[in-house]
Ligand binder design. Structure first.
Ligand code: T5A
Length: 209
C-alpha cells in the first residue's frame, strides 16, 4: 500500500482555509482518492475537548507555555489516532492548520522559541510535517470583512487578540514559507472561492493523480 499524502492549510483568521480544504477534498475524491479532512486543534474526541479549553472565552485564559503544551497534546492525540493511521492505509489527509500554526501563533505571536516548539512537536508527534503546506494569504481588510459577515464580532479567545498579535503571526508564516520553499506554496486568498481553488489546484500540479 502506498502511503497517502499529508497536506496542511495554514494562514490567518478568515483566510478561507476551511472553505478551500473542502473544495480540495471534493476535487481529490473525484479523482478516486480516499481523503480525510480534519482540523486543528481538534480532529479526535480528545483533541476536540482540548480545543474547547483553548478557544472558549470563559476564565482568564492560558499562560503562553500552557497554551503551547495544550496545542501539542491535542496534536499528539490527533496524529496518533487519526492522521498516521489514515496515511498508512493510503488515504490523503487534508488538515486545516497543523504544527506551523503553533510556530506562528505561540512562537511568532506568543514569544516562545521555535526550538522549544519543535521539541514539543518531536515528543508529542514524532516531528511529523506535511509534505505540502498551502499558506493562504489574505489582506487584513478582506479577512476582517469575511469574519464580520460570519461571526458578527464573536471571535474566539485567540482570534480575538489584537491586530499587533495577528500581524506577528502573519509575518511568522511568511518567514516559514521563505525558509522552506519546497514545503510551502503561497496562495493568494483575496479572490473568489473558485479563483482560490483554481490557484490551489495549479500549485498541486504534478502531485495530482
Ligand atoms: N491556533 C491553532 C493556534 O494558536 N495554534 C495552533 O497550533 C493551532 C492549530 C483555531 C484558532 O487556534 C489558533 C489559530 C486560531 O486562532 P479556528 O476556528 O479553527 O480556530 O480558526 P481559523 O483556522 O482561523 O478558522 P476560520 O474559520 O476563522 O478561518 P478560515 O478557515 O481560514 O476561513 P473560512 O473558510 O471558514 O472562511 C471564513 C468566512 O469567509 C467566507 C466563508 O464562507 C466564511 O464565512 N469565505 C469567503 N468569502 C469570499 N471569498 C472567498 N474566497 C472566501 N473564502 C471563505
Amino acid at each position: 500500500m502506498t502511503r497517502g499524502k499529508f497536506i496542511a492549510f495554514e494562514g490567518g483568521e478568515g483566510a478561507g482555509k476551511s472553505t478551500q480544504a473542502r473544495l480540495l477534498a471534493d476535487a481529490l475524491r473525484e479523482r478516486g482518492l480516499e481523503v480525510v479532512v480534519t482540523r486543528e486543534p481538534g480532529g479526535t474526541a480528545g483533541a476536540e475537548a482540548i480545543r474547547a479549553l483553548l478557544l472558549g472565552t470563559d476564565g482568564d485564559g492560558w499562560h503562553p507555555r500552557a497554551e503551547a503544551l495544550l496545542f501539542a497534546a491535542a496534536r499528539s492525540d490527533h496524529v496518533e489516532r487519526l492522521i498516521l493511521p489514515a496515511l498508512e492505509r493510503g488515504a490523503w489527509v487534508i488538515c486545516d492548520r497543523f504544527f506551523d500554526s503553533s510556530r506562528a501563533y505561540q512562537g511568532g505571536g506568543g514569544g516562545l522559541s521555535d526550538a522549544d516548539l519543535r521539541d514539543l512537536h518531536r515528543i508529542g508527534s514524532h516531528g511529523l510535517l506535511p509534505e505540502l503546506t498551502l499558506l493562504v494569504e489574505v489582506s487584513p481588510a478582506v479577512a476582517a470583512e469575511r469574519l464580520d459577515l460570519r461571526d458578527a464580532g464573536n471571535a474566539d479567545r485567540i482570534g480575538g487578540r489584537d491586530a499587533a498579535y495577528h500581524a506577528k503571526v502573519a509575518a511568522a508564516f511568511a518567514r516559514f514559507a521563505a525558509e522552506e520553499p519546497a514545503r510551502f506554496a503561497l496562495i493568494d486568498g483575496d479572490g473568489s472561492a473558485e479563483a482560490v481553488h483554481a490557484a490551489i489546484m495549479a500549485a498541486l500540479g504534478s502531485w495530482l493523480p
